[in-house]
Structure formats: structure tokens, C-alpha cells
Design a protein around this ligand. Structure first.
Ligand code: XCC
Length: 652
């Protein structure tokens, strides 16, 4: 039977009581008083949410339906059963995320080609990465210019994105551990490319496609591996080739970086290509002078979402907030212009922008917004890049003169952070992989948890991220973080070396002696590759298969379709997931939900939940999914998992 899920969703009071950043609380209250609509108002208006949709039991993959499946109607009109519907919905959302990261990778890879061919005025700042990837791929480097090598690497990355024949993804062969490749080969889940697996997934799940839900679990793994090695690696490596490998640096973050008497420009999205140029133009004497003429004391650039993380990691450009903070940032009334590229730019942001007269500039043809100024970057026609970036910089500065100063409400919070934790930066800080492994073995660091992902209104905004991570570092678990989660942790001060005082004795000593924070912000979401590479290489250094290592993937507040692939990527590598809110699977919760009537509890089990949370997936890849919406209990689950792994390894 298929039980009904009824998790406790927070109301406005819960959000205001529990959200950890005083600046967010302040702005949520302020905007509510001012009658400016935000996600919180629309979230309330959506209650109660559709129970079929919440559980992945609504099938909309043909025009016969939609079919809603439950205990009484266990098949859709075509005869498709519950498990197939749940799995089809899941794997479709995974490939939607794959498409998003794939489009991101595509833009950066084509930009490398344009830079290498001299069409785009962009230097290749990441020579070290170009050579490293070329060597791993076995390309000839002797006697060739860096541009020639970069061009060839970019061709491989592009092919990995779009290949249609059964040749393995070359980056997978170059970076994945042998033991895992053999496992995936045995399971028959080696992918062809990002684009192919999207096509195959949609093909398998359309009307009259597969009715064997277990074949969709295989496609889920296959598509996740394509997601990982063609789009995440594709974006992350290509961006490092273009703009360099980040190194540790100190920065200031949070809403208080916005200044009343400065031009405030926010950059937002995921692909840091055009914004790199815009930043260059903003720093020119011409634009600085223009700002002074407009009456500003200077120019502040602040970052949101993953484009923000990219600039934070590379240049220490301050970040402000994440996907669910974007409306709040504009609600300060102090932002003159927001420049957006692709993904996670919610339509609600423009509604708030219009309330405060904020200028919105879009730079990606895939992410148009009605009423915004559109100055697109096209890597296949990059000749106008400099001119267009200058145009954006000018427009952004000129907007300062039109700001309505009666509406400004800037919270004062600023937070210090140490950022720029690339794979190389982490390894160097610990004196090589050996050094970090030794700390793990002796138990000064008990394990590594990568705590990542979006925000969701289904938990009190940022509360789960911050609560879980506080508990983990207290237990000597080192944390790496990316994306919207990292904005929450950055603003909470957990990425500052001073946060070492909140860590347990072992981790505290490790951090103090190196002057580093217990939470390492490694970059945007595509840079989960940095943590994955660390996990792969540490396991190899230890001579232990990945599923045996004391590593955990944690997604406390999943939101975007892109997060599905992140979790399954780590699962495929043998790293268990602890997820804060159930995915669209009817998951039996471990206990009754407070306040709910007994018959509303989730009880029993179903084949898909059993597969992911029970032994099905575990027997294939050595990892499973744990679902725990309550953050203190989630932290406890993570501690137990790590403890169990350590005991099995014979580590204290
Ligand atoms: Fe988007 Fe990347 Fe999710 Fe945040 S964490 S909501 S995907 S910005 Ni990447």
C-alpha cells in the first residue's frame, strides 16, 4: 500500500522565529508591513499543497491524464503503476537539473573556445588547470601553446556533453576511481553523455515507454553519472581553465555590505562569464569616475546564488544571499541594478524590483524577464563582449541617480569569512592528502560532511542548514559547502576562522593551528566536484573503497531540480545522503509528526522508498538515502553514520 506523507510544514511564525540571520527576519517583517509580496506570502497562499504532487503520485507524461494515483487507484489510465510513476517523476526532475547544468557547462566551454581562438577578449587565467586536465586526458602538451591545449580540452568537454554513441564520457574515465567504474560497468549504468541521457530518460518515461520501474532506477544512476561527469565537471573545470583556481582569502559577506551612499550592484545566477568582464569594467577609472559624478562615494558589487559564489571564491567579492533571499536583498531598496545570467532567478525578484525601482539587466538568452533590459552574452558571437559589459556597467552606475532614498532599509549585519576552498587549496592546507587522511585516521577530524543545496519554504528558511552544521562541527566533523546552503553558513559566521571556537576539541585544534574555518565554502553548486574529488582521492590514499569512508552528503533544504542529481551523484560514488525534506517519494517517516492526527502519518513502505532507503540501492552502490526533516535529528543521523564507518575501518 502507498502511505500518505504528511510532514510538518512551517508557517510564517516558525520562519520568523527560527530563521538564523537577523537580517532576513528583519527584511521579511519589513516587506510584509510594506505590503510587498515575497515567496512567504505565495507559499502561504499555496497551502494546503497537493498531496499527489508532494508524493510524486501525479502522472502528467501524456495527454490522457493527468492521473492521480493512490491506494484506491493504483494504476493510471494507461496501466502505469505507482512505482513507475514515482520513478519517472524522479528521473525526469534529475534530467531537468542535468539540462540546467549542461547549458551552464555549454556556455563556459564555448567561451574557452572563443578565448582560445582569439574571438573573445578573455585571457585563459587557469593555465595550471588546462595542463592538469590535458594530462589526465592523455593529450599532447609538449610544444603546444596553452590556447591550443585549452581548445582541445574544450572539444573533449563539449563531446562529453553531447555524444550519441556508446563511448564512455572521457572525463569520467579520467577522474572516477577504478573500483567505481567497475561497479558501474557491472550495473550497466555507464552513460554516454549529458544530452543523450536526457533524451533517453524522456524517451523511457513517455506514454508507452518502460513499465519496469527498476529500469528507471538504473537510468537514474546513469543520468546522474552523466550529470556529474559531463555537466558538473564540465562547468567547474572549464571555469577554472578560464578564470583560474581559487585560493583562500578573507571576505566580508551579508546584507550589510550594501551601502546607502554607494552604487549597489548585485550579480546573480550561475555562469560567471559575462560578469567577469562587467567586474573588469566596473573597476576602470571611467566607471569609477561616472559613479562619483552621479554623487556616489563608490561602487559596491554584491553576489547572490552561484554566480556570487564564483566571484567570492576567486576575488573575495562579497556575497549577500541565496535563492530565497533574492527578494529580500532587493527589498532593502538600496540596490540600483541587479545583473542576472542563468538559473535560480525567480520571477518574484522582478516584482520586488518594480516596487523599489531597481533596474534589472538580463544577460542570457535563456533567462528573459519581461520589463528587464536585455544585453545578452553569446559565446558563439563574443565579439561585442567588451562593449556590452561596459554598457552594463554604465547603466548600473547611472541608475544610482534615480534611487528612491525614502524606501531604503539596509540591515547592518556583516560577517567575516575565509573563502576560496578549491580542491588544491584544501589539499595544500592540510599538507597534502596524507596530512588530511592522518587527521581522519587519528580522529581529530571524525569525518567529512558536504552540506549543500538550495533553500525550500518547506523548512524554516536556512534553519536546517545552520542547525545541522553547528552540531556537526561540535562533533569534530569537517564540513564543505556550496550553493545556497553556503550563503546561509557564510552569513551565520560558520565560514570564519573564528568559528573554530564552536568546533569540538579535535577540529578546533586542527582549525586553530592552520588559521582556517571548520566550514569550507568550496564554491558554486557545480563545484561539488571539488568535494567529490577530495572524497575520491582520500579513499584512494587510504586504499579503501569510497563507500567505506566516513563521508556523508547532506542536503537539508532541497529545492531546485538540480539538487536531485547532486544527491544521486554522491550515492553512485557510495556516499550516503541525509536529506532534510523527503523528495517526491512517499517516504515512511521514522515517527509520527507532531500535531498531526494519527491517520495522517506516513506508515508502511513502498518499493521505491525501500529501494532508496533500504537495501536495494545499498547492495548496488554501497549507499542509501536517509530522510530527516528535523535538523537536530539529522545531525545525529550523520554522526551515527560516520561513527559506524569509523568503527568498521578500525579508526577510533
Ligand atoms: Fe539554485 Fe545555485 Fe539550488 Fe541555490 S543551491 S537554489 S540550484 S543557486 Ni546551487
Amino acid at each position: 500500500s502507498y502511505p500518505i506523507l504528511n510532514a510538518e510544514m512551517p508557517g510564517r511564525e516558525d520562519v520568523l522565529r527560527l530563521t538564523p540571520n537577523p537580517a532576513s527576519k528583519d527584511l521579511l517583517e519589513y516587506l510584509h508591513q510594506e505590503g510587498v509580496e515575497t515567496w512567504l506570502d505565495r507559499y502561504e497562499a499555496q497551502q494546503p499543497m497537493c498531496g499527489y504532487g508532494l508524493r510524486g503520485l501525479c502522472c502528467r507524461m501524456c495527454q490522457w491524464g493527468p492521473c492521480r494515483l493512490d491506494n484506491k487507484r493504483q494504476r493510471g489510465i494507461c496501466g502505469r503503476d505507482l512505482s513507475t510513476v514515482i520513478m519517472a517523476n524522479l528521473v525526469r526532475s534529475l534530467v531537468a537539473g542535468l539540462a540546467a547544468h549542461g547549458r551552464h557547462a555549454h556556455e563556459v566551454i564555448l567561451t574557452i573556445m572563443a578565448a582560445a581562438e582569439g574571438k573573445a577578449n578573455l585571457p585563459l587565467k587557469g593555465e595550471e588547470r588546462v595542463l592538469d586536465v590535458a594530462n589526465r586526458l592523455g593529450l599532447t602538451t609538449d610544444g603546444r601553446t596553452i590556447k591550443e591545449i585549452a581548445r582541445e580540452v574544450a572539444e573533449v568537454l563539449l563531446e562529453d556533453l553531447g555524444r550519441l554513441t556508446m563511448t564512455p564520457i572521457r572525463i569520467l574515465t579520467a577522474y572516477a576511481p577504478r573500483e567505481r567504474i567497475e561497479t558501474w560497468q557491472t550495473l550497466g549504468v555507464l552513460p554516454r553523455s549529458g544530452a543523450y541521457e536526457i533524451m533517453e530518460t524522456l524517451h523511457m518515461t513517455t506514454l508507452g515507454g518502460t513499465s519496469d520501474w527498476t529500469s528507471l532506477t538504473e537510468q537514474e544512476l546513469r543520468a546522474a553519472l552523466a550529470y556529474c561527469y559531463s555537466t558538473l565537471f564540465g562547468s567547474s573545470l572549464a571555469t577554472e581553465m578560464l578564470f583560474g583556481i581559487p585560493r583562500p582569502k578573507v571576505a566580508t559577506v551579508n546584507y550589510g555590505i550594501l551601502k546607502e551612499d554607494h552604487v549597489n550592484i548585485l550579480i546573480h545566477g550561475h555562469s560567471p562569464v559575462m560578469v567577469e568582464k562587467i567586474l573588469e569594467k566596473i573597476r576602470t577609472p571611467e566607471i569609477q569616475e561616472l559613479a562619483r559624478k552621479a554623487g556616489a562615494k563608490g561602487i559596491v558589487v554584491g553576489g547572490m546564488c552561484c554566480t556570487g559564489e564564483e566571484l567570492l571564491a576567486r576575488y573575495g567579492v562579497p556575497t549577500v544571499t541565496n535563492i530565497m533571499g533574492q527578494e529580500l536583498a532587493l527589498g532593502t531598496g538600496a540596490v540600483d541594478t541587479v545583473v542576472v545570467d542563468m538559473q535560480c532567478v525567480i520571477p518574484g525578484m522582478k516584482i520586488v524590483a518594480d516596487c523599489f525601482g531597481t533596474q534589472v539587466i538580463t544577460t542570457c538568452n535563456s533567462n528573459r524577464i519581461p520589463g528587464a533590459i536585455h544585453i545578452p552574452f553569446d559565446p558563439e558571437n563574443p565579439e561585442g563582449l567588451d562593449e556590452d559589459a561596459l554598457k552594463v556597467a554604465r547603466l548600473a552606475v547611472e541608475a544610482f541617480a534615480h534611487r528612491d532614498r525614502s524606501k531604503m532599509h539596509i540591515p547592518r549585519e556583516t560577517t567575516e569569512a575565509m573563502v576560496g576552498w578549491s580542491y588544491e587549496a584544501i589539499v595544500d592546507t592540510f599538507g597534502g592528502l596524507k596530512g588530511l587522511l592522518e587527521l581522519l585516521r587519528e580522529g581529530k577530524i571524525k569525518g567529512i560532511a558536504t552540506v549543500v543545496g538550495c533553500n525550500t519554504p518547506k523548512v524554516p528558511y536556512e534553519f536546517n542548514h545552520v542547525t545541522i552544521v553547528r552540531r556537526l562541527i561540535e562533533s569534530d566533523i569537517l564540513v564543505t559547502t556550496t550553493g545556497c546552503c553556503s550563503h546561509a553558513l557564510l552569513n551565520a559566521g560558520l565560514c570564519s576562522p573564528a568559528a573554530a571556537s564552536q568546533a569540538g576539541p579535535g577540529l578546533q585544534e586542527v582549525c586553530r593551528s592552520r588559521g582556517i574555518p571548520p566550514v569550507l565554502a568550496v564554491g558554486g553548486c557545480v563545484d561539488n566536484t571539488r568535494t567529490l574529488r577530495l572524497f575520491i582521492d582520500l579513499a584512494e590514499e587510504a586504499g579503501v573503497a569510497m563507500p567505506k569512508m566516513p563521508f556523508v552528503f547532506v542536503g537539508p533544504e532541497p529545492g531546485n531540480e538540480k539538487t536531485v542529481g547532486q544527491g544521486v551523484t554522491f550515492l553512485a560514488h557510495g556516499i550516503s545522503n541525509v536529506i532534510g525534506f523527503p523528495g517526491p517519494i512517499p517516504v515512511p517517516l521514522p515517527r509520527p509528526v507532531a500535531g498531526a492526527a494519527p491517520d495522517e502519518y506516513d506508515r508502511g513502505s513502498n518499493p521505491v522508498a525501500d529501494f532508496f532507503a533500504g537495501d536495494g540501492l545499498y547492495e548496488k552502490v554501497g549507499a542509501r538515502i536517509y530522510t530527516e526533516p528535523y535538523p537536530k535529528l539529522a545531525a545525529q543521523t550523520i554522526r551515527m553514520l560516520i561513527r559506524r564507518q569509523r568503527l568498521a575501518l578500525g579508526w577510533k
